[in-house]
Design a protein. Structure first.
Length: 557
């Protein structure tokens, strides 16, 4: 497929302009990416949608490998070197038919070669480059086998030696990082115990035990990660924070490193920050059509505040980055103050909070106002000083984006007043408050429907909530995934947001002026059509996207 072929296919959808595609083509050259991958990297279209479009235009069958189990027997048919060279992977054998995902299903020479070699009929499917690259990682051994091989090389030397540069330790460290990235982990935990070191990965928000390592290897690994993150290797009693990078086939991955001393030694937690895994599109985050319209309307306003609230790890920063992606253009000056700067965004001036130089959120925000900004993002409003500067910035013609830690949208408004903000300033500056949580999505590969009676459902949800969101029936049809190789037998794959979007309407402005409490504001917002987090979650359960258990796990209501 040439770039022109893909451009033509995408243009026919009417969703993206020719000028934007030319811009993406230039970016692809600069970043050393294929044009096809850059369209997805820039968030213009999902990889699955683009793949389906290309396949349809060429008359090929399409396969989404992310949601397809790759059988070991089929994988072994094509050697790894050949698979990478041809960008093709065999994924299923059914009788005398071998299903092969290819980036070029029109490569008849390769298809005939496979038929000759395996005496099977080849059924070719189109798969995207991004999908194939990820699927080719299936050739790797699992992490336990890989560590076993590494330890066999020189396990005694790795245990006894004090050198962090020992080859086995370097291999273990590299394998830890690479395997975490390939499995979509957001965090790596390396925890010391009395007789072992435990490696855990956080995947889709849940921690999973991965492998046990000998205790003596733990200290060597900590030293290795300290060297990579440019931290002091002779400091064992104080907490340290740093950053390291490693390369994958998809490009550079930044890793935020935190090391703290605990009773059994030093524990390290590493947060993987890969910009390519992050899709900055509001449409893909899980907003309902109604909520998306409210947020989109607020984004178009030249001034005021858009606030994202929720507990740590609820996706607030992702929401703000998605909004920044929408407003980011050459005509506006966008500046941010963050702690830490998690993702580099081209065209945005990003400031890292640094308490040792007294560069706090408040001081950084104050400095930004002298930099002629149009749009400002403040990582978090956590004190009176920052709140007042942010409100004044919103009052003086700036669009301000920020986050707070409150449980729901309505509580955010009294919280501002608790921080000393005057009601008339709060009512005239806040445009929208987005409260959110993250839930795991059902794995589409192994998803199956089931029925639940009203009597069973009422044990989990209140009768009024059921009546309001699902209607009163004898039974309801929901969906749950059983667990398969694609989702690592967890039943879930990927995450999405559930939201509560509070628009500050004239009626709510009047209530703020009268210092109404959070409960009164919430009642009015619901009266005006606001969907609560729990209601939004139940609607997503009804549509098969997630489960009741997930909604109750994160909403705690």
């Amino acid at each position: 497929m040439t770039n022109e072929d893909i451009k033509k296919i995408v243009l026919e959808t009417g969703l993206i302009t020719e000028e934007k595609l030319k811009e993406v083509e230039e970016l692809a050259k600069d970043n050393g990416e294929s044009f096809e991958e850059e369209v997805v990297n820039q968030g213009l279209m999902s990889d699955e949608n683009l793949g389906q479009l290309i396949a349809d235009s060429k008359g090929y069958h399409y396969v989404n490998l992310k949601n397809t189990e790759i059988e070991d027997e089929a994988l072994a048919v094509i050697p790894e070197v050949v698979a990478k060279n041809q960008m093709a992977i065999a994924y299923s054998i059914a009788g005398d038919t071998l299903k092969v995902a290819m980036h070029d299903p029109g490569n008849l020479d390769f298809i005939h070669l496979l038929e000759k070699k395996g005496s099977k009929f080849i059924e070719p499917y189109f798969a995207t480059l991004r999908d194939l690259k990820q699927a080719l990682n299936k050739y790797r051994k699992n992490i336990t086998e890989e560590f076993d091989d590494i330890m066999k090389v020189n396990v005694e030397e790795a245990k006894k030696s004090a050198k962090a540069e020992d080859l086995p330790v370097i291999k273990i460290a590299d394998t830890l990082l690479a395997y975490a990235y390939q499995n979509g982990a957001s965090d790596i935990h390396l925890e010391p115990y009395e007789k072992k070191s435990l490696v855990r990965y956080r995947i889709d928000g849940v921690l999973h035990d991965v492998v046990d390592l000998p205790k003596k290897v733990h200290d060597l690994l900590i030293t290795r990660f300290k060297i990579l993150a440019k931290l002091r290797i002779d400091e064992h009693r104080a907490a340290q924070d740093g950053k390291l990078q490693f390369m994958t086939e998809d490009g550079r991955v930044d890793v935020r490193v935190s090391i703290v001393p605990i009773t059994e030694g030093e524990k390290v937690v590493m947060r993987l920050l890969s910009a390519k895994n992050r899709q900055y599109r509001l449409e893909s985050l899980g907003f309902s059509d109604k909520d998306l319209k409210i947020v989109s309307k607020a984004i178009k306003k030249p001034h005021g505040m858009i606030l994202a609230t929720g507990p740590t790890g609820s996706g607030k920063t992702t929401t703000l980055y998605a909004i920044l992606y929408v407003v980011n253009s050459r005509e506006v000056n966008i500046s941010t103050v963050e702690d830490p700067v998690e993702y580099d965004m081209e065209g945005v001036n990003q400031i890292q909070v640094n308490r040792t130089t007294d560069l706090t959120f408040a001081n950084g925000l104050r400095s930004l106002l002298r930099q002629d900004p149009d749009i400002i993002m403040v990582g978090e409003i956590r004190d009176e000083e920052t709140a007042n500067i942010a409100i004044n910035a919103a009052m003086t013609g700036h669009l301000v984006l920020s986050t707070l830690h409150t449980n729901d949208a309505a509580t955010t408004i009294p919280r501002f007043m608790d921080m000393g903000a005057e009601p008339f300033l709060v009512s005239s500056t806040i445009n929208v408050v987005i409260a959110q949580r993250l839930v795991r999505k059902n794995c589409v590969k192994c998803m199956a429907s089931y029925t639940i009676t009203y009597e069973e459902l009422v044990k989990s949800l209140t009768a009024p909530m059921i009546a309001q969101t699902l209607g009163k029936k004898k039974s309801y049809r929901f969906y749950q995934s059983k667990g398969c190789a694609v989702c690592h037998h967890s039943g879930y794959r990927g995450r999405m947001g559930i939201y509560e979007v509070l628009e500050v309407t004239p009626a709510i402005k009047e209530m703020i002026m009268q210092r109404a409490n959070a409960d009164e504001i919430k009642v009015q917002a619901i009266k005006e059509g606001m969907t609560t987090i729990l209601e939004d979650g139940i609607q997503k359960v009804a549509s098969g996207q997630t489960t009741i258990e997930e909604i109750l796990r994160v909403s705690k209501e």
